[in-house]
Write a protein that binds this ligand. Structure first.
Ligand code: BT5
Length: 252
């Protein structure tokens, strides 16, 4: 097993991604995982923050994938699949995905992923895959109408180590199939709740609205505008769901 051959457990850190990036820069080997009980400066995508009270699981995996833009994009988008599968294994509920990588359960956000690459002289040296999941979290400790926890949803309190074990197993299998080019992208599509909804994306200065119609094997989201134009959005674009009803569930 590559992912999780070494697990560093911490009580409280500013951000496991920050710590893992520092370790990666010092040469820490691929597959090492940093786990914390709480974070004081948990990070989300595009400068947003991740609220990290006790009860949740916060971890970062150090990866050193081959330098290949397609593979890196796939890694970023599809990495929420093993997280969804681990939730399904442990809790027996169906987990949903909001493209690119929010984890949804019961219509609300229970987890998120932040993949950060570090490069040196233009070469990607390492990727840190950060995962936050509201496991036994009290939703009031997160304090967002859009968020819930697996405990609140299922009434099931699961020991963090037991969940971690399943998650690392799923992540390891995911990474192996990614490297072999055998990723089950349909398993992602079937959980992706963004498909069929109207989304808005910022493309430079322009906002583009369209119906989400497909997820490409490379991870891009394809949208079709009312005028019939199609756009393929990479995970770097921030998308907002436009439907009124959807906004209750997904807020950016
Ligand atoms: C994410 O960003 O969803 C990625 C979150 C990644 C967190 C992990 S924890 C371990 C590792 N170390 C880190 O420092 N980070 C990673 P994004 O899609 O940008 O979503 C952020 C938004 O989610 C916020 O603006 C809030 O609206 C919402 N949010 C914040 N904390 C939340 C929580 N605990 N549960 C549900 N939603 C939350």
């Amino acid at each position: 097993m590559l992912i999780g051959h070494k697990v560093i457990m911490k009580d409280e850190v500013p951000s496991t991604n920050q710590l893992a990036k520092a370790l990666a820069a010092e040469g820490e080997v691929e597959g090492t995982v940093v786990v914390a009980s709480t974070q004081t400066a948990g990070r989300g995508r595009l400068g947003r923050s991740w609220t990290s009270p006790p009860g949740g699981i916060y971890l970062s995996v150090i990866l050193r994938p081959p330098m290949d833009a397609t593979l890196l994009n796939r890694l970023t988008v599809f990495s929420c699949l093993p997280v969804a599968l681990a939730i399904e294994d442990v809790y027996g509920i169906q987990a949903g995905i909001k493209w690119p990588n929010d984890i949804i359960a019961g219509g609300l956000k229970v987890g998120g992923i932040l993949a950060e690459g570090s490069s040196m002289a233009g070469r990607t040296e390492s990727v840190v895959l950060g995962i936050g999941i509201n496991l036994n979290t009290r939703p009031e400790d997160v304090g967002l109408a859009t968020a819930t926890s697996l405990l609140a949803l299922t009434g099931k309190e699961v020991a963090r180590d037991a969940f971690l074990h399943t998650l690392l197993f799923r992540l390891d299998a995911f990474y192996a199939s990614l490297l072999k080019g055998e990723l089950d992208t349909d398993a992602y599509r079937s959980r992706c709740q963004t498909l069929g909804r109207v989304v808005e994306a910022r493309l430079g200065d322009q906002m583009v609205a369209g119906k989400a119609i497909y997820i490409e094997d490379g991870g891009a989201l394809v949208i079709k505008t009312e005028e019939g134009m199609t756009y393929s959005l990479s995970s770097a674009y921030d998308t907002t769901l436009r439907e009124e009803a959807a906004q209750e569930y997904f807020r950016q």
